[in-house]
Design a protein around this ligand. Structure first.
Ligand SMILES: [Mg+2]
Length: 281
């Protein structure tokens, strides 16, 4: 049996890219909302009603993990729908949201993503490898701890700063968990912070927009789950941004599981991060 180290060094990027090909085929076979709205009748470990496309997407990703396991790699997988699967070593955690933004996928809206993170511990700070593939624009985001972050193979510039309008408000702020009631509860603070809001409908993709400085910041208006944020948060940090989970004791202390634990906040500067942490959630 190989060591923990070798599980971290498995070809995760190759496995993710093969999973993307499978997911693209699966989605192409069910192009209409009528087909994509079919539910399994069960709820995922994260508590959402599971769509057939979520379940099929998860099976495709798990098939890739099965293959890595057969090659001798040992780890534990945590996925949105099925929860935890033991592949032999709890020291390496593979955190998966097979489709982040299922509602967008169902309705034919562009942003929905495969999100996968590999960590050598139980929190956001421990993520070593991150992968997000956004099926709308067809963009591949990835990061390795201490090495950087890439969009479609091009290194993201960590020096990119934020843009503000004449009044000092952030030019574009991403919001997630955009239930109108939660928007209403946060609205005064958002008015102060932002010139324009964008709600893409996937936390993983929204974090990636901060990584590329397309968004000047993002905030979820409710607690996020480890499966949603694990990959995107490393991509932001390796691209020169800052991230925190304000409800946790440590900024990056949110657990890598499928339970809601804290909002996630991301920005291009510490000053903006502090400001966004103050948005009521
Ligand atoms: Mg999902």
């Amino acid at each position: 049996m190989r060591t923990t180290r070798s599980a971290l060094e498995a070809d995760w990027l190759g496995a993710c890219r093969r999973a993307v090909k499978g997911l693209e085929r699966m989605l192409a076979e069910s192009p209409s909302t009528e087909q994509r709205a079919l539910e399994t009748g069960t709820r995922g470990s994260g508590g959402d009603d599971t769509l057939v496309i979520d379940e099929r997407a998860e099976a495709l990703v798990l098939a890739e993990l099965d293959a890595l396991h057969k090659e001798g790699h040992r780890f534990v997988a945590i996925s949105e729908e099925c929860g935890e699967i033991d592949y032999g070593d709890a020291a390496v955690r593979v955190v998966i949201d097979p489709i982040d933004g299922s509602l967008n996928a169902k309705r034919g809206l562009p942003h929905h993503a495969l999100s996968l993170a590999v960590a050598d511990g139980g929190t956001m700070a421990d993520v070593e490898f991150a992968f997000v593939y956004d099926f709308g624009p067809g963009e591949e985001w990835c990061a390795r701890r201490g090495e950087g972050a890439w969009l479609d193979g091009v290194r993201l510039d960590p020096a990119l700063g934020e843009r503000r309008d004449r009044d000092g408000r952030l030019e574009v702020l991403g919001i997630e968990a955009a239930d109108p009631r939660w928007v209403a509860a946060s609205i005064d603070s958002l008015v102060d912070c932002a010139f324009r809001l964008r709600a893409l409908g996937t936390i993983a993709t929204s974090l990636c927009q901060v990584a590329a400085a397309r968004f000047d910041g993002m905030v979820t208006l409710r607690d996020s789950r480890g499966v949603d944020a694990a990959a995107g948060q490393l991509i932001v940090r390796e691209a020169g941004g800052v991230v925190s989970f304000p409800r946790c004791e440590q900024a990056l202390g949110a657990p890598l599981d499928a339970n809601p634990s804290s909002p996630v906040v991301a920005a291009r500067s510490l000053q903006t991060l502090r400001r966004l942490e103050g948005v009521p959630t």
